[in-house]
Design a protein around this ligand. Structure first.
Ligand code: FAD
Ligand code: SF4
Ligand code: SF4
Length: 502
C-alpha cells in the first residue's frame, strides 16, 4: 500500500483551507466537510531499517485544517475522555486561529509532557473516542486528531525555542525525595519544586525518563524529547541523582529518618517482567521485553559497532504477547536486523490490547502475526541456544473475567517454528524491592503500593503514584497521579511550615 508523501498531504491541506470562507468562522457543516488530516509517515520499507521516528508530524497548514474540523461542542465530551482534563476545545481553537503559543499555554496548564502524550497517549480510547465529529462520521479514526494537534503544538514550541522554565517560589527549607524518574516522578518533582521546596530525584538507571526512555522505542518517541523535559527540571533546580537504587543504596526509611527529607514520592513503575513459565525459558536467546527494549533504547544496541552492550544477533524472532510492548518488541527486532519476525498471540486481532495503529504499523513493516496461537515450549540446541518453538493452535471460547473470549487450546494441534530468539512481552508486575525494604508499607497482593485518593500511603510523609500504584498503565495516568501526589505533598508541607517553620 503506497502512502501519500508529506508534500502531497501539505498540498491537500492548503487546498482544504482555501475552501474555508474567509472573514467568518466556518459553520458546523463546513467544518464537517474538511477532510480528516492524515499523519505523514516514513515509508514502511524504509523505516523498518532505521530507528528514526515513524510519524513525521503535521505541517502548519495540516494543523490548522485539522483544528478547523472541531465543532467547539458546548458539552466538551473530549475533555471528559482526557485523564488530565486538558481544555481541548480551547487549545484546538487557538490552533485554528494560528495562535500556536496560546495553544501551548492552554495545554501546559494541565499537562507537563504534551510532546510525549501527543505521541503515545491511546487517544482513540481516551479524548478522541467520545469526539462528536468521530461519532457523527461513525469512525473514531475520523475524530478530531487531538493527540496529533497536541504533538504539533509541543513540537512547534520546542523548535521555536519557546519552552519556558516554570517559575519557582522562594526556598521553603523543606526537602522532598522522588524515587524513580518516569512520568509520575517527573510531574511530581516539577509541581513540588514550583512551590519552592528542595527536590532530589533518585533514579536506578544512569539516565532519566523511566519507560519513556528505556521502554518506548526511539521510532515512536525520540529520546531528545524526553531529555528536553528532564532538562527543564534541572533548570528549575531539581537535583537528579542517577545510579541510585532506593532499597539498596539507601532505604526509603533512611531518606526520612536520617537524610532529613520531609516527604518521599515513590514512582518506581512496574518493571518486573512476567514470563510464561514454559519449558525452555532459561535458554540463551530468550529475553523479557524489558531487557530487549532496554538494551536497544537505553544501551543503544541498534548502533551496531558502537554499542557497548551489543544485542544478540537474531535472524528469526518470535515475540509472545499482543499489547503495545509486544508491538514495540517486534518492530524493534526488525530494526535490529532480524530477517523474520513473528508475533504469537493466543486470541484474535480484535482482542489485542495494542493500539490499532501500532498493529497496522507492525504489519506494514513486515511482521507476521500468528493469531489463535500460543507457545507450548522452547527448544534448544546442544549449546543451550534457542532453535525452535513448539506452538499450539487455539480457538475462542466463552468470555472470561476480562469480558474477552477465553482462548481454548485445540488438543493435538502442536506445530514447530524455527526461531533463534524469543521475546516474552506478556506483561509486568511491580518490582518488590521498595516493599521488601520498607517495613510496614501496605501493598496489594500483586505488590502495588496502596494509596488514598490523595496519593498518600499508610506511612506518614510517603506518597506514591504511577504504575507502582496502578499496575502497568499509561504515561498520562502516571502523570495525573504524580500531580495529585504533588498537590498533597505541597498541602502537607504548607501545613507543617505554618505549624512549625522549617
Ligand atoms: P516508569 O516510567 O516505569 O519509571 C519508573 C522509574 O523508576 C524507572 O526509571 C526505574 O528505573 C526507576 N526505579 C525503579 N525502582 C527504583 C528504585 N528502587 N530506586 C530508584 N529508581 C527506581 N504508555 C502510554 O501511554 N503509551 C504508550 O504507547 C506506551 N507504550 C509502552 C511501551 C512499553 C515498551 C512499555 C514498557 C510501557 C509503555 N507504556 C505506554 C506504559 C507507560 O510507559 C507507563 O505506564 C509509564 O511510563 C509509567 O510511569 P511511572 O512514572 O509510573 O514509571
Ligand atoms: Fe488526549 Fe492524552 Fe492529550 Fe489528554 S493528554 S488530550 S488524552 S492526547
Ligand atoms: Fe472538538 Fe471533538 Fe471536542 Fe467537540 S468533542 S469540542 S468536536 S474535539
Amino acid at each position: 500500500m503506497s502512502h501519500p508523501t508529506k508534500e502531497q498531504l501539505q498540498a491537500a491541506a492548503v487546498e482544504a483551507l482555501a475552501k474555508v470562507p474567509a472573514g467568518r468562522a466556518p459553520t458546523p457543516k463546513e467544518r464537517m466537510q474538511i477532510p480528516s488530516q492524515e499523519m505523514p509517515a516514513q515509508d514502511p520499507q524504509v523505516r523498518r531499517h532505521n530507528m528514526d521516528e515513524v510519524a513525521l508530524g503535521f505541517s502548519e497548514a495540516q494543523a490548522k485544517a485539522e483544528a478547523m474540523r472541531c465543532l467547539q461542542c458546548k458539552n466538551q465530551p473530549c475533555v471528559a475522555g482526557c485523564p488530565v482534563k486538558i481544555d481541548i476545545p480551547g487549545f484546538v481553537k487557538a490552533i485554528a486561529e494560528g495562535d500556536f503559543a496560546a495553544a501551548a499555554g492552554i495545554i501546559k496548564r494541565n499537562s507537563l509532557l504534551p510532546a510525549v502524550c501527543g505521541r503515545v497517549c491511546p487517544q482513540e480510547t481516551q479524548c478522541q473516542e467520545p469526539c462528536t465529529v468521530g461519532k457523527a462520521l461513525k469512525d473514531v479514526n475520523k475524530s478530531v486528531g487531538i493527540g496529533r494537534l497536541e504533538r504539533f503544538v509541543a513540537d512547534w514550541e520546542r523548535e521555536q525555542g519557546r519552552i519556558q522554565t516554570p517559575a519557582v517560589k522562594p526556598p521553603t527549607g523543606r526537602k522532598v525525595a522522588v524515587v524513580g524518574s518516569g512520568p509520575a516522578s517527573l510531574t511530581c518533582a516539577a509541581d513540588v519544586r514550583r512551590e519552592g521546596h528542595e527536590v532530589t530525584v533518585f533514579e536506578a538507571f544512569h539516565k532519566f525518563g523511566g519507560v519513556m526512555l528505556y521502554g518506548i522505542p526511539e521510532f515512536r518517541l525520540p529520546k531528545a524529547i524526553v531529555n528536553v523535559e528532564v532538562d527543564t527540571l534541572r533548570k528549575m533546580g531539581v537535583t537528579l541523582v542517577p545510579n541510585f537504587v532506593i532499597g539498596r543504596t539507601r532505604t526509603l526509611t533512611d531518606l526520612m529518618a536520617k537524610d532529613g527529607f520531609d516527604a518521599v514520592f515513590v514512582g518506581t513503575g512496574a518493571g518486573l517482567p512476567k514470563f510464561m513459565n514454559i519449558e525452555g525459558e532459561n535458554l540463551v536467546g530468550v529475553f523479557s521485553a524489558n531487557e530487549y527494549l532496554t538494551r536497544s533504547n537505553l544501551m543503544r544496541a541498534f548502533e551496531k559497532g558502537k554499542a557497548q552492550t551489543p544485542i544478540y544477533d537474531s535472524k528469526k524472532v518470535a515475540v509472545f504477547g499482543g499489547g503495545n510492548v509486544a508491538m514495540d518488541s517486534v518492530r524493534t527486532a526488525l530494526r535490529l536486523g532480524a530477517q523474520e519476525v513473528h508475533l504469537i498471540y493466543r486470541r484474535t486481532e480484535a482482542e489485542m490490547p495494542a493500539r490499532i495503529e501500532e498493529v497496522a504499523h507492525a504489519k506494514e513493516e513486515g511482521v507476521t502475526i500468528h493469531i489463535l496461537t500460543n507457545p507450548k515450549r522452547i527448544l534448544g540446541d546442544e549449546q543451550g541456544r534457542v532453535k525452535a518453538i513448539e506452538c499450539l493452535r487455539y480457538q475462542l471460547g466463552e468470555p472470561d473475567k476480562s469480558g474477552r473470549p477465553r482462548p481454548v487450546e485445540i488438543p493435538g494441534s502442536e506445530f514447530l517454528m524455527d526461531i533463534d530468539t524469543v521475546v516474552c512481552a506478556i506483561g509486568n508486575d511491580s518490582n518488590p524491592l521498595i516493599k521488601q525494604t520498607t517495613p510496614g508499607l501496605e501493598t496489594t497482593k500483586w505488590g502495588n503500593i496502596i494509596t488514598n485518593d490523595d496519593g498518600q500511603t499508610n506511612i506518614p510523609g510517603v506518597y506514591a503514584g504511577g504504575d507502582i500504584v496502578l499496575g502497568a498503565a499509561t504515561v498520562i495516568l502516571a502523570m495525573g497521579q504524580g500531580r495529585r501526589a504533588a498537590d498533597s505533598i505541597n498541602r502537607m508541607l504548607a501545613e507543617k511550615t505554618a505549624a512549625k517553620p522549617a
